[in-house]
Design a protein around this ligand. Sequence first.
Ligand code: NAD
Length: 279
Amino acid sequence: QDTQPGKEYLMNPLPQFSNDSYKPSGRLQGKVALVTGGDSGIGRAICCHFAKEGATIAFTYVKGIEDIDAMDTLRIINKAKLSDYGDPTAIYTDLKYYKNCKKVVDEVIAKYGFIDILVNNPGIVYDSSLEEITEESLEKVFRTNILSYFFMSKLAVKHMKNGSSIINTASVGAYTGIPDTLDYASTKGAVVSFTRSLALNLIDKGIRVNGVAPGPVWTPLIAATNTDEQIAKFGSQVPMDRAAQPSEIAPSYVFLASEDSSYYTGQVLHPNGGLIING
Ligand code: NAD
């Protein structure tokens, strides 16, 4: 893996979506995976790793902060795929609203017929101390970071059978708290509670629900929302003294999506470079 990135890299992070040393074994062969927020950062790495494992991918995207092109993700998925099981699908939509979530699920079902894996991954963050928070900013963050997770799960579960898996993206901030992004950290706490409760709710259906709570990760989100000074410090509070690459986070999702994690539900994995988590 990369060690601490150099100065030039710190200012122009180029996230690493695929890890050449990763050895796929076809453990998602024949599965249909729907990844929300799959065009960029961690979501793009998840799509890439799932495709390497043989899954058919549908992902959603919105125009990213840095105008990231979903077509790039499609190209990466196509390149990564071991076998041509089905064409990937990119769906442009704003998942803050239930009606848009419904359109996504309808489109995926019309094309593939079922969903085996749902990854709820969108996340937005503003600098938001208590003074800065507004009703409008709160609504945007809560709709994107947690309401969309409820909407998508509610809609997708109808098309998921025994053995299917839902994976929610939380954050280390759910456990540590983040002083300058109260709203973001609160939504991530909600993602953890949602994961635990939904897991119990869906036990009888044989659908497992788990979460991933990454520590700091080099993604476009970080480049766009931090000053140069903040970026230079990014990762320094982690025992490993560096932030992760998206390709170091995605394998947790592969594990939770596959039969390898058949006894896991209501759990949260913590790829975070050695931070100790309480709670
Ligand atoms: P990113 O900006 O690269 O990706 C954010 C994703 O959210 C994009 O794919 C975008 O399409 C999607 N999105 C944003 N608004 C949306 C909307 N209204 N409707 C639908 N999708 C929308 O950032 P990232 O760092 O890859 O973030 C992915 C997830 O990982 C987020 O949930 C984030 O909170 C979480 N996370 C990131 C870090 C980190 O350090 N980067 C750490 C912990 C958790």
